[in-house]
Design a protein around this ligand. Structure first.
Ligand SMILES: *[C@@H]1O[C@H](CO)[C@@H](O)[C@H](O)[C@H]1NC(C)=O
Ligand SMILES: *[C@@H]1O[C@H](CO)[C@@H](O)[C@H](O)[C@H]1NC(C)=O
Length: 291
């Protein structure tokens, strides 16, 4: 009996020190690894797209028995999420905390996350919210400006499975968002594991001709996902930032605010974050941008 306890302690100690040593610099953002991206098609490991945050409401992870919501970590203290996740019909914001580093939606938050080859990362972190700032011009009927800035009560611990996404680089803020290839990644409805899909962005007039209620404002971008998975609202749309001949990092392009099934394809719309940099700045301590 005693022997077993000793062995268990030793193993736990070992895991802990290995994981500890992997703590990353606080300015790290948007981790990109080309081999990982190509290796597994649409499946992503626990150390990819690590900025995904699951919103927890006072009654649990679902809003009024409807849906989960996701947000995206943009600094150690700040998460962005769609405003319609929070503002209920009675005008109250219900959010309570976030889970960072969730890989399997059904697994308990404190459990160690391991891949098939035995590679393990730290368990997900739960952090309570200190504040929720809703965009002053948010319109719940049209989902116009559906953006909230969440301030966490304490800093997120930055590890290989929890890291902020970079903000849009200044030289790209005036580039068109139409006719581009982006990636959406997040937790999915009806499935356990995090996944990603390529998204080909289309003109607003095309998306509106398909679904007139999908896009109601000029600050959205839309497109068909390459995979038919339905992501949870708030899933981040990201672009790849190149430096010279290399892709350096991912940066945040949008947050998924709505979707429609078009036969066997999914058309999604995203709130384009670059239109809200002023509001985000006002409500967050520091943002990470890479040049
Ligand atoms: C996710 O976690 C649950 C609960 O631990 C487990 O039953 C399920 O098999 C896991 N899903 C996958 C795809 O690993
Ligand atoms: C982007 O466009 C705005 C408005 O036209 C302009 O003020 C700004 O300098 C432009 N930024 C870049 C990096 O080109």
């Amino acid at each position: 009996m005693l022997g077993q306890i000793v062995v268990i302690t030793l193993i736990l100690g070992l895991i802990d020190s290995e994981l500890q040593s992997a703590k990353l610099a606080d300015t790290e953002c948007g981790y990109f690894n080309e081999e990982q991206l190509l290796e597994r098609d649409s499946f992503i490991g626990p150390t990819e797209h690590q900025w995904i945050a699951r919103i927890v409401f006072s009654k649990g992870i679902k809003i009024d028995n409807d849906d989960d919501c996701l947000g995206v970590l943009i600094s150690k203290r700040t998460v962005l999420a769609p405003a319609h996740c929070f503002v209920q019909y009675n005008g109250q914001a219900q959010a309570f905390s976030v889970h960072l580093g969730v890989y399997n939606k059904s697994a308990p938050v404190g459990s160690l996350i391991c891949e098939e080859d035995g590679f393990c990362v730290r368990p997900a972190q739960e952090i309570k919210l200190a504040e929720v700032a809703i965009h002053p011009e948010y319109d719940s009927r049209t989902l116009k400006n559906s953006l909230a800035v969440l301030t966490l009560q304490r800093d997120a611990k930055i590890y290989p499975n929890v890291m902020p996404i970079c903000m849009p680089p200044p030289h790209l803020v005036n580039e068109t968002l139409v006719g581009q290839t982006f990636l959406v990644a997040g937790l999915r409805k009806w499935e356990d594991l995090r996944q990603m899909s390529w998204v080909n962005s289309l003109s607003r007039s095309f998306c509106q001709s398909k679904f007139s209620t999908l896009l109601t404002s000029s600050t959205t971008v839309c497109g068909y996902q390459v995979r038919p998975d339905v992501f949870v609202i708030g899933a981040p749309l990201v672009g790849m930032q190149a430096k010279g001949q290399f892709t350096q990092n991912y940066y945040l392009v949008g947050l998924m605010i709505d979707w429609r099934m078009d036969e066997d394809r999914v058309m999604s719309s995203f709130l384009a974050i670059r239109n809200y940099l002023g509001f985000i700045h006002q409500n967050s301590d520091s943002l990470i941008v890479r040049s």
